[in-house]
Design a protein around this ligand. Sequence first.
Ligand SMILES: [Zn+2]
Length: 624
Amino acid sequence: MLALVTVASLALQSVADTSPFRALPLPTPSRVRSASGAPGPDYWQQEASYTIQATLDTATQTLRGSERVHYVNRSPDSLAFVWIQVEQNIFAANSITYTLNQPPLVFAGGVSFDFTGKGFIGGGVMEKFDVAGQPLVRRAYGTMMRVELPAPLAPGAAIDFDVAWHFPIPPYGGGRMGRIGTRLYELGQWYPRLVVYDDVNGWNPLPYIGAGEFYLEYGDYDVTLTVPAGFVVGGTGTVQNPEAVYTPEQRARLARALTSDTAVGIISRAEATAHGAQRTARTKTWRFAAKNVRDFAWCASPDYRWDASGYHGIQINTLSRPDARPWDEAHRMAHFTIRHFSEAWYPYPWPQATTCEGLVEGMEYPMITFVPALPKREDQFWDLMHEFGHEWFPMLVGSDERRYPWMDEGFNSFIDYGAAESYFQGTAYGDTVRRELLSAAQLSALPGKEQPMIDKPVEQRDLAWAAYQKPPLMLTLLRDAVLDSATFNRAFREYIRRWAFKHPQPADFFRTMANVSGKDLDWFWREWVFTTARLDQAVDSVKAVGTDSTFVFLSNRAQMVMPVTLELGYADGTRETRALPIEMWNLGSRFTARFTTRKPVVAVTVDPARMYPDVDRSNNRWGR
Ligand SMILES: [Zn+2]
């Protein structure tokens, strides 16, 4: 496999007749998106706020709801129609997903996400879509629906839609939602919501096929959920009617939990078991409110036990079935994760964070995640922590997931490695987990097979690599080999700060990283994001010149350029590491490094720490 890689890269070497350092052709900066990478003075985005009433009918497995959508047109354009996401239609018999029999997403180790309903035929039924009592003309195109407005919506104007709908709840909902019989529900993609209208694409009605996730507007939510009386509900936002849904004892325990670093049992395992055994025909209504979020999801079960703790006033919750094992450490993992990401990158901006244990393999929504119980402790931590990491990307930094999974899955996976290193510090796993990215590169970054990261998720044949592995490898090398930790962290934090609660595009990220770090990084993004360039650094030969100098002849044998770190081995047995800046490749793919030293150099090793996905290591070493 390695030989094949080498031959292919050598063949491509002669084709690279233009400089890798030429400017990246980015969109022209504007007053909306500035040249510095920050939102411009005229930056705008739409607002979509929702007041929803929904009822969970466990007898018919139906979720039925009505909603008022307050939509504010902050764009400079008049809108004659709006696009609405009706994602339950992914389970309709004629959906793109079913018609094409879309393959599952398979991760290394065999974990797979099936984006279908595993044979379930459902789909949403739109009962009503009105404005001021007048039905609007509408037409669904699979998971997207276009609705004609009674009159064009002027810039600055708002409109209120009255919508009613229902759908049969799939037992398995494409890895994002589902239920276990009538005992546990994880509900996402459940209510009709606005498609994003932005300054780059106008409307963004890319179909929901499975692999691409969600690009959503920010707004406020007021959600009323009616469920069987015995159910415990977790959701986006904070509960508005605690007296009606919690016992006095639970409220007292919650108050204690808010000031506790460790788990306080709000519903103990024994209580959950006793509680789950009771049956009642009545219902209970829960009311949640959330500000400045891009979605709303919820979970519900009569069997949930509930642990809670507090971090800086944020209520951290874990909900799990009494027999979910091993789950006992989950709360500690949840608390650690929210604190770690808050301290490392940006303070968690919402009042609570909830993880629901259940059937979904791992899915994220604002303030709430769906995570299964996993037998291995490391896997349990990774999944729970990864889904919470999505609170930063894309819940806080609201990028376009349906086009750019590397900006949410990828950026999240990058910060995940730091969290795993920190949680498992001092263990073999903690010390080596990031190195799995280099093994992934060996398996996946193959000529003729690999695709550029910029390709859409639904077009990625190896999404695990393009969205989850290559981006964290890219950012790790940017931090450790091109910049330095302090410079990288400052720039990456600034990107988060600038684009919190907004919609960044790739160019906004590239420009922010360049402006804040002070480095021209066009070459880096071209190689890592837009191409499948491979790296092959080599030491060709070494020559002593006079009594005080050694020339090291280096070459860059593949398409990718990166700075060179090399280790000089001396005749007296000592060794020394030298770093050469990226500008070494400005004039071509060969470079002669001159080192002043009186000690004879007997060995030279390029990339001695083995940081790089160098495709041919046989040429990385000269001498003994
Ligand atoms: Zn993810």
